[in-house]
Design a protein around this ligand. Sequence first.
Ligand code: SAM
Length: 433
Amino acid sequence: MRHSPVRLTILSSGLFSAWEQVSRVHLFRNPPRTRRTSDGSPSGLSLRGRCSPRKESPIAAVLPSPPDLNLADRNANSAAAAARLRDSFGRAITDLRISVTDRCNYKCVYCRTGNEGAQYTELPIADYLRMVRVLVSLGIEKVRLTGGEPLLRAGLVEMVAELAKMRTAFHEDGTPAGAGASESGRPLDIALTTNGHLLEGLAEPLARAGLNRVTVSMDAVDAETFARITRVPRSYEKVLAGVRAAQAAGLGPVKINCVLLRGFNDAQIESFAEFSRREGVIVRFIEFMPLEEGRTWTPQTVVTMEEIVTRLSAWRPSCGVPAGLVDLPPHTASETAKRFTFADGVGEIGIIAPVSRPFCGHCSRVRITSDGALRTCLFSQADHDLHGEMRRGGTDEQLAAYIRRILLRKEARHHIGEPGFEKPSRNMVHIGG
Ligand code: SAM
């Protein structure tokens, strides 16, 4: 159903004030938390049970049975450690998301309460680089810089330049890359997720430093709705300028991530399609997940892939192109977005449906938070204190063995929408999306 502008305004303002009330109640009941380690205890001794799959699931059913974790732990320290990083289901871990600050200059209404700022520390850039180096030696090939808001972080351009010097430790066929010129691995794929507010001035230096790709979060393509979502005046103009600067700097096609919420910004679906065609960007709609600071998520708020496809299939691009979406093939088996274009091939829409069509079976990701904690899933109930291992003097080999042990406990899948679902131990903005 499409909402008229008047209806949308009423719904939106109602939702905003409802959100703000919920946020206030939430803050009152849940004062900012202190850091939790692996099992919630200061020593982080045992996490078994907390992260293990709860019950047989459609995805778990097609995955191999998890091995005995004691045996797996021993293997992680053995000669087998030369192999590329895999979890206990055999999934190769090739994709790192690293948050370089917990600070953000936006307070998007579906993400943050608006009352809380950064909750976790940030580390020296050199510490992040060391963690990345160790992970690259284990098989990481893609590094996505995120936050908080990564463009707030001093030293980001220099960090990208250092990442650009790294080479993958394995060839595409999985064989280890050697040290010689003809034997060495490929450059990393370096990407950035940003709200785009500071991108206009930083796109060119980041591209020159070696950034390959940028994803900009935009949840509306009209200035008024945009500013009400971000709670920052004139934010739409700033972000649009950032997107155009990124395209001009060679970071295109820029991906635009949009989180839709029913009755709030779902009237923008067709406008986003127009935006994709006009600006030459890839628009990706992401289903809203229960990862917000407040308590706003309900299954009814989620605008599903099916609804988006139905709406866009009926849409006629304004220049007389017939209605209808055209499927685009996936780039890789583990691609999270289902991709479409229009009859004339202009514009690209991706839909990422972690709620209605989970893709955990192909998950190749690991995350590092701004304070140096390893997270094996967005929905993990615990962090793993990788930076603690560094502070205690761990060598690169010891850090690698620690990472292997932790990754063997990577969850099979998330449990959004199931009875007994527990929100993860951190919210999206404090993990890094
Ligand atoms: N500040 C950067 C940005 O705006 O892109 C990086 C951090 S932000 C948390 C990363 C992404 O997470 C954004 O695209 C945002 O829309 C998305 N996000 C935040 N909360 C979400 C939620 N509950 N469900 C789905 N996506 C969410």
